[in-house]
Design a binder for this molecule. Structure first.
Ligand code: PMP
Length: 467
């Protein structure tokens, strides 16, 4: 779990490079009233991220109001793919606002027509119908509804099982949380729907057997008949670890889903729009899902999300029965169109692939120096560095949090790891990060690892208390 940060300012070393600037204590003393106001009026559950008060963000950098400057490894939370504060996106938002059309519900608008056409044109067959929503969780809810509607039509009411994966994260609403595979996040749900089943994710590390036989075996162990499966939903890579499934597994899953009339759903909320070095994450597998879900990086800024799918599936519900108050909000559509133009026009997927190679080489080399790095996952500009107790695969959440804190204090901004034990340090900078900034930030990560591992072995006898 993420932590509740102590708001007592402490002295941290000053940093001054081309990309990073730390010139105050941390948290910044002047920021304390803001942090306290948030604590007073927001639920405790909103705490947990390092107490950096964002003032301005541009490109791959985040600034506070007191002279500090970070290299951003968060992209917010994988939002700012085209870079923070891009003028092209800000101008598109301003133009739309100046046109005095700020909302139009599901009534038609020209700008919404352009966005859905753009998405459908960019995506491969058969992903040709687009339903715009606001958040990733909503896209997952919609996918569950479509899978179950399709299943009922193809095989009757019994064909309703949604298969998803252990350790996956699909959102925090009732359905998306049940599709997720982190039990601690579901403790509040009194009556879990037995039609949601999670099976091991074939990452070849936490799950040693990454063959497709494991899928078939897991269904059997859960007493799920293949003919009762309405849909299989997976994050294109697991958000918690950045791990991908093997290509052969995904191709076999594609065939299995088709053979059993189960919809294959790729949750691309993190993986879409160039993040992994291809425009769409599922391209790595050489497959096309029946439904693809997008959010986060779609506008590199404003809240907009989309379910894109096979027309026969997307058209299962009659007119007026799949609506959302803010669907295709015109200002969000303007931001999305501008961001997509940047991602495509500047070939940011290609850039992520190229810069990602540098990142992964550096991380692999770091992992040879630190036995606490159990594994490095990811592709393109997403990476997960698994912190473990040396010689084991046991996640070390305390170490991961300590590394993140030290990085933030040194001018590399990251979000605090959550999920299974919180043992992963996640790296996901805007795709426009320069190679020089990336190299500098990995050096900071290594510095943080060196300090944190010394601190953790010094504190070894009481380390259990920190978990
Ligand atoms: N799916 C994935 C893969 C995600 O990473 C997230 C958010 N972290 C969601 C769905 C939920 O998106 P949102 O927070 O916009 O509801």
């Amino acid at each position: 779990m993420a932590r509740d940060y102590d708001l007592t300012p402490k002295r941290v070393p000053r940093v001054e490079t081309l990309f990073r600037r730390i010139v105050t204590d941390f948290p910044v003393p002047e920021s304390i009233p803001i942090l306290q106001r948030l604590q007073a009026y927001e639920p405790v559950a909103m705490r947990g991220q390092p107490p950096v008060v964002w003032h301005r963000a541009e490109g791959f950098q985040v600034y506070d109001a007191w002279g500090n400057q970070w290299i951003d490894w968060s992209s917010g939370v994988l939002i700012a793919n085209a870079g923070h504060g891009r003028p092209e996106i800000a101008e598109a938002i301003q133009r739309q606002a100046a046109a005095h059309l700020l909302t139009n519900y599901c009534f038609p608008s020209e700008i919404r027509s352009r966005l859905v056409e753009r998405m459908a044109t960019l995506l491969p067959e058969p992903l040709k119908k687009v339903f715009l929503l606001t958040t990733g969780s909503e896209t997952v809810e919609c996918a569950i509804k479509l899978c179950r509607s399709y299943g009922a039509k193809a095989g009757g009411r019994g064909k309703h099982v949604i298969v998803s994966y252990d350790k996956s994260f699909h959102g925090r609403t009732l359905g998306s949380q049940q599709a997720g595979g982190i039990p601690s996040l579901k403790e509040w749900i009194a009556n879990l729907d037995p039609g949601f089943v999670q099976i091991p994710f074939p990452d070849g590390y936490r799950t040693a057997d990454n063959s497709f036989d494991g899928f078939v075996r897991a269904l059997h162990e859960h007493n799920v008949e293949p003919r009762n499966v309405a849909g299989v939903i997976l994050e294109t890579y697991q958000g918690g670890s950045a791990a991908f499934a093997p290509v052969e597994y995904m191709q076999a899953l594609r065939q299995w889903s088709t053979a059993h009339q189960a919809l294959l759903v790729c949750d691309e909320v993190q993986a879409g729009f160039g993040r992994t070095g291809t425009l769409w994450g599922f391209e790595h597998y050489g497959i096309v899902p029946d439904l693809a879900l997008f959010g986060k990086g779609m506008a590199s800024s404003l809240p907009i999300a989309a379910v894109v799918g096979r027309p026969d599936v997307m058209d299962l519900h009659p007119a007026g029965s799949m609506t959302s108050t803010h669907t295709g909000n015109p200002v969000c559509c303007a931001a999305a169109l501008a961001s997509i133009d940047l991602v495509v026009g500047e070939n940011l997927a290609g850039k992520a692939r190229q810069t990602g190679r540098v990142l992964h080489n550096l991380l692999r080399s770091a992992s040879t120096r630190f036995p606490q790095i159990g594994r490095v996952d990811g592709k393109g500009l997403v990476a997960g560095v698994a912190c473990v107790v040396p010689g084991t695969k046991e996640p070390d959440g305390g170490l991961a949090s300590d590394v993140v804190d030290r990085c933030v204090e040194k001018g590399v901004l990251m979000f605090c790891p959550v999920g299974f034990g919180g043992g992963t340090v996640k790296i996901s900078p805007p795709l426009v990060i320069s190679e020089a900034a990336l190299v500098e930030s990995v050096a900071v990560l290594e510095e943080a690892f060196a300090e944190a591992t010394v601190a953790s072995s010094a504190a070894r006898p009481s380390s259990a208390a920190r978990q």
